[in-house]
Ligand binder design. Structure first.
Ligand SMILES: *[C@@H]1O[C@H](CO)[C@@H](O)[C@H](O)[C@H]1NC(C)=O
Ligand SMILES: *[C@@H]1O[C@H](CO)[C@@H](O)[C@H](O)[C@H]1NC(C)=O
Length: 388
């Protein structure tokens, strides 16, 4: 392939796959996740409501019956239409819920400019959370992306103070990956939807399922890091697949099932062709310049604080930059992120997630800008489309 030389430089930087935090978080509870009248705002603000606080005490789950924690648990069950079939399951989930209240309180302490609390994930165990990291092979991305294969620097003077591709019509509705570790596919389609809108003026929903079913592209450096449907993948591998496959179908012609199936890609139904992609430098000014000049960007980040995120600008004191496990879409930035708890302003990125509209701020995450927060600057890529 003629483009090979230029492209291989770019892929060679990818050394792992994203396993998508949501997959295992939601695994057993997907059906319970989406009540229509979602409105929960249970913010953890004091300690008195916690059970006797130590983790081992939480194991004596019967102690929780009749407490304020159980009361909160009951409203959680109602808000999210949870169903537990047995009394044992109820008591077990109550114990898990109590631990997750502590975790949300920890996140709140570490991330005071955001609001953390009860989310649809609050009844999932530590083990269920941990399992989301399975399959990540190499996590030393921060350094591996430095130095080569980057796009040329852009002028950063005169960038707008705030910017939002949603206002310009370049962003489709928030989607729902469901019980499938396919965040990487949603991040990929989001960036192509944006690039295509900018090139043609038409906003199309593009097919994640084509990527889930058909893209088995492996990383050039790590042959075991292949895009593998609901078990994870990388946006840059997906771009490479699409360049080679000839393009991507629309959502309607290749709809999302949330399960890996046989590849049903039909080249006659391609609506957008992908010609190339590039990694963006880790400099957040450059990221802003590429965002404004190029379109929404595919981004990898560490999703740990997203598990309990309710709203506000997330700016954790500690968030591992090398533990990139989730693929999302950068769509804009703002300069005046009002912080509920500190009454202060905080510049932030606007990030589209794929956990449905009821997660976070109508499906979006605000992450503070200028600190390489949660590694958001280490795996950023832009895609080029080709109109035929
Ligand atoms: C994309 O799909 C969603 C959900 O089906 C729909 O509401 C929306 O109108 C579609 N957007 C476009 C641009 O077709
Ligand atoms: C693809 O992008 C890279 C930059 O990442 C560039 O070096 C290369 O020339 C591009 N290839 C084509 C065919 O445009």
């Amino acid at each position: 392939m003629e483009k090979g030389g230029g492209l291989s430089l770019t892929y060679a930087l990818s050394v792992t796959i994203l396993t998508c935090a949501f997959f295992l978080l939601s695994f057993q509870h997907a059906a319970a996740i989406i009540p229509e009248d979602f409105k929960i705002r249970q913010v953890i603000t004091d300690d008195q409501n916690y059970p006797t606080t130590t983790a081992s005490a939480v194991n004596h789950q019967h102690n929780l019956l009749g407490t304020a924690t159980e009361h909160k648990f009951k409203s959680f069950i109602q808000e999210y239409s949870k169903e537990y079939t047995t009394r044992e399951e109820y008591i077990h989930r109550l114990g898990v819920f109590a631990r997750n209240l502590l975790k949300a309180a920890e996140h709140q302490a570490l991330d005071p400019t955001a609001v953390h609390g009860v989310t649809q994930f609050s009844d999932l165990t530590e083990e269920e959370f941990e399992r989301m990291y399975m399959g990540v092979k190499v996590v030393d991305r921060a350094t591996s992306l430095l130095g080569q294969g980057h796009a040329p620097p852009l002028e950063v003077k005169g960038l707008p103070e705030s910017f939002d591709w949603r206002e310009k019509g370049a962003v489709t509705e928030v989607k729902m990956q469901g019980t499938c570790g396919s965040c990487w596919a949603f991040s990929t389609t989001g960036s192509i939807e944006g690039a295509n809108f900018i090139a043609t003026g038409k906003l199309l929903n593009l097919s994640e399922q084509q990527l889930v079913d058909c893209d088995h592209t492996c990383d050039i450096k790590d042959k075991k890091a292949c895009d593998s449907g609901c078990s994870g993948g990388l946006m840059t591998n997906a771009y490479k697949y699409l360049v080679e496959a000839g393009g991507i179908e629309e959502e309607d012609s290749y709809p999302y099932t949330g399960k890996r199936g046989d590849c049903k890609f039909n080249p006659d139904k391609v609506v957008v062709k992908v010609s190339n992609f590039t990694n963006i430098p880790i400099d957040e000014q450059q990221i802003a310049a590429y965002l404004v000049n190029h379109g929404p960007l595919a981004v990898g980040l560490n999703a740990v604080f997203m598990q309990t995120y309710i709203g506000g600008v997330s700016c954790p004191l500690i968030c591992g930059k090398r533990w990139i496990n989730h693929g999302v879409l950068l769509v804009g930035y703002g300069s005046k992120g009002f912080s509920i708890l500190r009454l202060s302003n905080q510049p932030y990125w606007i990030i589209k997630n794929s956990w449905g509209k009821r997660w976070g701020e109508h499906g979006y995450y605000k992450l503070c800008r200028g600190h390489g927060m949660c590694g958001m600057n280490t795996m950023v890529s832009a895609v080029m489309t080709q109109t035929s």
